[in-house]
Design a protein around this ligand. Structure first.
Ligand code: SAH
Length: 224
């Protein structure tokens, strides 16, 4: 686990941050650790400067390359669900994007592995992890539809882009009792699913928890 040293990274307005945390609570987020980590993580550093003044609004924002940083409520919800059945040590994220979700996770679990298919996004995120001294995030430029075999199995996998169907390979990389938090479906008709592996079997319990809107999970890496 890791914690962000907020000295020297600018706090922007403390009040707008507190307002966001209150909003998350009002919308049902009640894991105190998740709320605290979201309170201290400088979301404004993960978006372009021109939009930084909107960093603590509860909305998704563009991060270039036609991708978005997820809405804070969705980040909080997915993180809370991922931790709902007890602590998780090793987590894989598919879709690093800005790096914000990975930065939140890195303060709540031991190791975060994250993959991104757009190289410039990955590089920018890696610089931020360094700046924020989040040394327990291991990031790579690769296609996450096949997970990241080298480091599998994972106690939890979170996908922040939506496939039309759950990739089998992600299920196969779950540790016993592992949990997969994943948006599924075509654009405009997606649901957030929570899939839990039953012990060390190949049986999975599945639950739908929200209607959501994510960018699509695309196969292969982007040509840069
Ligand atoms: N977690 C990110 C959300 C970024 S949006 C954040 O906190 O900012 C989702 C990201 O998934 C995009 O950057 C997109 O390029 C990436 N993505 C889509 N398909 C992918 C794939 N097959 N492998 C890895 N990354 C993928």
């Amino acid at each position: 686990m890791n914690s962000i040293d907020i000295r020297g990274v600018g706090m922007t307005s403390q009040r707008t941050r507190e307002r966001l945390i209150q909003r998350l609570k009002d919308h049902g987020i009640n894991n105190q650790k998740v709320l605290e980590v979201m309170r201290v993580t400088p979301r404004h550093l993960f978006i372009e400067e021109a939009l930084a003044h909107r960093a603590y609004e509860d909305t998704a924002l563009p991060i270039g390359y036609r991708q978005t940083i997820s809405q804070p409520f969705i980040v909080a919800r997915m993180t809370e669900v991922l931790l709902s059945q007890g602590p998780r040590r090793k987590v894989l994220e598919v879709g690093t994007g800005s790096g914000y979700q990975a930065a939140i996770l890195a303060q709540l679990v031991d190791e975060v592995y994250t993959v991104e298919r757009i190289k410039p996004l990955l590089q920018k995120a890696q610089q931020l992890f360094k700046k924020l001294r989040l040394r327990n995030i291991i990031a790579a430029y690769s296609d996450g539809t096949v997970g990241w075999r080298e480091h599998a199995p994972y106690d939890a996998i979170i996908t922040t882009a939506a496939p039309e169907e759950v990739p089998d390979e992600l299920l196969h990389q779950l540790a016993p009792d592992g949990i997969l938090v994943i948006p599924v479906g075509p654009s405009g008709d997606q649901e957030l699913r929570v899939i839990t592996r039953q012990g060390d079997t190949s049986h999975y319990d599945e639950e739908v928890i929200e209607r959501v809107s994510f960018v699509p999970l695309l196969s292969g890496t982007a040509v840069s």
